[in-house]
Structures are given as C-alpha cells and as structure tokens.
Write a protein that binds this ligand. Structure first.
Ligand code: HSE
Length: 357
C-alpha cells in the first residue's frame, strides 16, 4: 500500500513506524520539512497519487480542507480527527461517495479498539439497540488514579498530558467534548444516522470536588465518564458505578465500549483508548480494511427523554420540585428526570452525575 501521511506528531509518527514495516509511506506532510520524504505542501502529497491519505493533523481548519482535497482527487482518506468527521459527517461521506472513494475513521473513537468496525460488522445481520462506554483515555486515567491511588486531579491531568493522551486543549477531554464527538460518530455508524452535535449534551469531570469524591467512596462507587447513544437519546455524563461492576475496573488510558444488539445482548470491548501505537494500529486497520456499510439516511429524533436520578454537587438554585434528597455537603439527588431537563437545572461550576445500573 502506498500511503500519504499528513502529520508527524504523536499519532503520525506512530503510523509511520507501523506502516513502514510492510507498506510504503510515499510522502509526509509536516511543518518542518527535511529530506525527500517530508514536505509542507499538501499538493506534493497529492501529486504522489497515494492509495490512501492518512490524516493525523491537529490543526482542524487546515485538516478539513486537506481531507476534502484528497476526496475530491478520488483518494481514499483515513482520518483520526473526530472533531472534523463528526462536525461534517454528511458532507464528507457524500463527497467520498460522489468521488467513488471512501473515508474511514476507526481511530477517531476508542483509540486502538476496533469498535467502529465491530458496529459496521454487526449491522450486517443484527440490529443495534444501544451503545455506551468509556471513550476518553485522559479522563479515565485521571479518574482511575484518583480512586486507586488517591492522587490529586491536577497531578493526574498533568501526567495524562505528559503521556500524550490529552488533546492539545485538554478542556475537550475534561469537559466531555471529546466523548461527545465519539458518541456522535458511534451513533452515526450504529444507526446509519447523522446526529447533530447540538443534540448531545455533554457534562464532564472538571468540577469534581472533594465532597463528591467522599460521597462516592463512602458508597463504594467509582466515577467514570460515559458516552451513551440509542435511537432517541445521546449524551455524555459522569456515572457513579459500583466498585464490583466490570466497567468500574477499567483503569488508566483504557477504554471500554459496550454495544447492545437484538441477538447478542451486550458485547464489551476493552483496549487502550489513547496513545501513539494503539491509535496508529486503529488507523492501519482502516488503511487495510476501510469501514463499510455506512449510511446517513436514518433521521433520528434525539429527544433525550431517558429518565434517571442525578447527583448534583450543589442544590443551590435548583427548584425543590426536582429534588428527592439533600446531602449534608450541599449536594442533592434529584427525582427521576429526563436527561434533557439537565440543561435547565445544572448551573455552570456544578458536577453532575448519573447512577449506573
Ligand atoms: N484525548 C483523547 C483521549 C485521545 O484521551 O481519549 C484519543 O482520542
């Protein structure tokens, strides 16, 4: 396979190392060009007419243009860029189809786990009911270190950045935006849809405080940030999970994705969700076998009517009619409410969590 590589950062270098073992990397786009292999001009890469362009750039606006240029030239694209693919899903799939080529994005969700391939494969003979999981390595690393080793949030965040797990702007990790993109892409693939990112509320772990940690520990919970999607609900939310449950044991940069289907009930996949070689490995899977069975024609109504009890780290300003229980720290447990109600009752600076069953 002749590969044109865009980007030579954490993931790009990983792809180069993995790909060059049995394929030919014909050109690499990077800012600092040196020698024949490297260029800072996208046209130099396209001119090589590679079989596939692998996009691992961090500069989003430029990457979006380059992906389109490659597809318009009829060249297959593999991208790990969840923000771009989730934000322009319809457009990019159509552009690929119009140019008789394809775009594949396994590495955009759940790092090295062949998750989107599994969803595509399952759809051939089964029906997907719902999906959920730990889809962010950075926050899982932080949360598991906090619970297992009692380290501080700031210390764990710093370490996750050092290890190359976090996004260039780590807000995307800790505020649940990264998982929003991944939930959107997983839902699109599972339900042949093109879910709007605006329909997916995302609550992260930025406001996790000591009182909430105390509450969780006293009740034998850990906290995990989960993405969830079915054909009427899509959201990102931290969950209190009983220590004994399987998903509670997933630690460090590992992700855990669970798909529920008509014939199989739950299928669980566990693997590294971030880092150079796990991500490069998902990219190489796309290079060798692109995602198939993708469509966008199913118009879902994501009303987020799913009801559950929520923990809010402060009940200040929350209407009494929504509150079921006061906790001495000032936190509250709500009555069973639909997820969409959260936008009316969760004020900025408050940690919100659901309860996993
Ligand atoms: N920042 C992301 C994570 C990288 O921590 O999961 C992989 O998508």
């Amino acid at each position: 396979m002749r590969i044109g590589l865009l980007g030579y950062g954490v993931v790009g270098k990983g792809v180069y190392d993995e790909a060059s073992k049995s394929h030919e990397v014909v050109k690499v786009l990077r800012r600092h060009k040196e020698g024949e292999l490297f260029t800072d001009d996208i046209n130099e890469v396209l001119k090589e007419k590679p079989d596939v362009i692998v996009e691992c750039l961090t500069n989003t606006p430029v990457a979006y243009e380059y992906i389109k240029m490659a597809l318009e030239a009829g060249i297959r694209v593999v991208s790990s860029n969840k923000a771009i693919v989730a934000s322009h899903y319809d457009e990019l799939l159509k552009l690929a189809k119009d140019n008789k080529t394809n775009i594949s994005f396994e590495a955009a969700v759940a790092g090295g786990i062949p998750w989107l391939h599994a969803l595509c494969d399952l759809k051939h003979n089964d029906k997907i009911n719902s999906l959920k999981g730990i889809m962010n390595g950075t926050t899982n690393y932080i949360l598991s270190k906090i619970f297992d080793e009692e380290l501080s949030y700031d210390e764990c965040l710093r370490k996750a950045i050092e290890l190359g797990y976090a996004e260039a702007d780590y807000s995307s990790d800790v505020d649940g935006i990264d998982v929003k993109y991944k939930t959107c892409l997983s839902g699109n693939v599972a339900f042949n849809a093109s879910i709007s990112l605006d329909d997916i509320p995302a609550y992260g772990i930025r406001y996790l405080d000591d009182y909430t940690l105390e509450y969780a520990r006293a009740k034998d919970y850990v906290i995990k940030l989960l993405g969830y999607c079915d054909n009427a609900n899509a959201f990102v939310l931290p969950f209190f999970i009983k220590k004994g449950s399987n998903i509670a044991t997933i630690s460090l940069n590992y992700n855990c994705t669970i798909v529920n289907t008509e014939y199989m009930n739950d299928i669980t996949l566990i693997g590294q969700g971030a880092g150079r070689y796990p991500t490069a490995s998902a990219i190489m899977l796309d290079v060798l076998r692109p995602l198939d069975n993708l469509a966008t024609d199913n118009r879902l109504n994501i009303a987020n009517d799913k009801e559950m009890v929520f923990y809010l780290s402060s009940g200040k300003g929350v209407d009494q009619k929504y509150i079921a229980k006061l906790i001495p720290s000032g936190a509250v447990l709500t009555k069973k409410l639909p997820v969409h109600k959260l936008k009316d009752i969760v004020k900025d600076g408050i940690f919100v969590g659901g309860f996993y069953d």
